[in-house]
Write a protein of this length. Structure first.
Length: 364
């Protein structure tokens, strides 16, 4: 049987708001509380770095990567020469996702969410990883289909629109995502997320770009002061529902089921992110008092470093601590280890790696 490409209807969609009032209210309430936390964090950069790494790990995992947050942090701490094995490819994809978020934030200073921004972000996302040969930074120029690896087009799960439709669909998507005509912005980004995935504008990386755009939209609309929300954690945990509900919109036009799921994901992950931030702040404040016994002017600097990067090495600390004395760094690492803040990975005489386990436990 010959399968036809699917061309999604133009936005805006027809959505029954009366069926979603409760979910919309809960999502706004929890996002508001999360934003209140982010606004009042005095050292937001410290907390944001590991949280972005976690989101990058979870979004990439939906696409099949196996690397953990510990793998990524250890890889960066070791600063080793590239081995190009499968695990490293996974790690590099995750690091690129994090870089792509930073690129997107910078791009938003000059332009709204749209075709130019997503192409720039896509270029960063696929840098030197699997999919780098998939015309990174450019819209796809050939027809593609989504299915099991090696399966013929007849068995495709989904066939995105032909390339001749991409520009008009993306133009409509860009107008919609930047308009204020939709009654609620959370419903709007839910609808825009579906449409982006349905358009499937790139040869590869569409899922990760689409998920990255969710917190970025909330940031652009000033619903979050930083594009930080573990949305991928919920999508990964309920991956079957995530894909099934997106497909229900394509096959039957069932918007309410998808939007309800999306609003519940926003609510759940806003609450989850709040809890993690509060635990991180408590840990930071407790350790600030504890390191007074370390008796070093650099102690607070090392504490900040391990909150940004909970797995470190001498080399990674040397690059960031403002001292030229190697002995100062060795002494400081020894004191933090003795105080139980850091734990040395055993079996290494050289290039020692230290782990900040208390923070990693919170991030897991």
């Amino acid at each position: 049987m010959v399968r036809k490409a699917f061309i999604p209807p133009m936005l805006p969609p027809k959505i029954d708001y009366t069926a979603l009032i409760k979910e919309i209210g809960h999502a706004h309430d929890e996002l508001g509380r999360l934003n209140g936390l982010l606004i009042n964090i005095p050292n937001a950069d410290l907390l944001i770095a590991p949280l972005l790494t976690k989101e990058a790990v979870l979004s990439s995992r939906i696409e099949g990567t196996q690397a953990t947050i510990e793998d990524v942090l250890k890889y960066e701490a070791e600063q080793k020469i590239s081995q190009r094995d499968e695990k490293e490819k996974d790690i590099r994809e995750i690091i690129n996702y994090r870089r792509a978020i930073h690129t997107a934030i910078e791009e938003l200073k000059h332009r709204p969410i749209g075709e130019n921004l997503i192409k720039k972000v896509h270029y960063v996302l696929l840098d030197s990883v699997r999919g780098a040969d998939k015309d990174r930074g450019n819209l796809r120029r050939t027809q593609v289909y989504i299915g099991l690896p090696g399966s013929p087009v007849e068995e495709a799960i989904y066939i995105p629109p032909p390339t001749t439709e991409l520009l008009s669909l993306l133009s409509n998507w860009e107008i919609y995502v930047n308009s204020e005509e939709e009654r609620d912005p959370l419903v709007q980004i839910g609808a825009a997320h579906y449409q982006f995935e349905a358009i499937h504008p790139f040869m590869d990386g569409n899922g990760r770009i689409g998920r990255l755009l969710i917190p970025l939209f909330l940031y652009q609309r000033k619903l979050l002061t930083y594009p930080l929300l573990y949305i991928s954690e919920c999508f990964e945990k309920h991956k079957r529902d995530y894909y099934d509900l997106l497909n229900e919109v394509s096959k039957k036009g069932k918007w309410e089921g998808w939007i309800r799921f999306f609003l519940l994901a926003l609510t759940t992950q806003s609450l989850r992110t709040q809890n993690i931030i509060l635990k991180m702040l408590d840990l930071y404040n407790n350790l600030k008092n504890k390191i007074m016994a370390v008796n070093s002017v650099y102690a607070i600097n090392l504490l900040d470093i391990i909150f940004e990067s909970p797995i470190i090495s001498f080399a990674s600390v040397k690059k960031r601590l403002k001292t030229k004395s190697y002995q100062t760094i060795y002494n400081l690492l020894a004191k933090f280890t003795k105080a139980g803040i850091l734990e040395e990975i055993p079996g290494r005489k050289r290039n020692k790696i230290y782990v900040f386990k208390q923070l990693l436990e919170i991030l897991r």
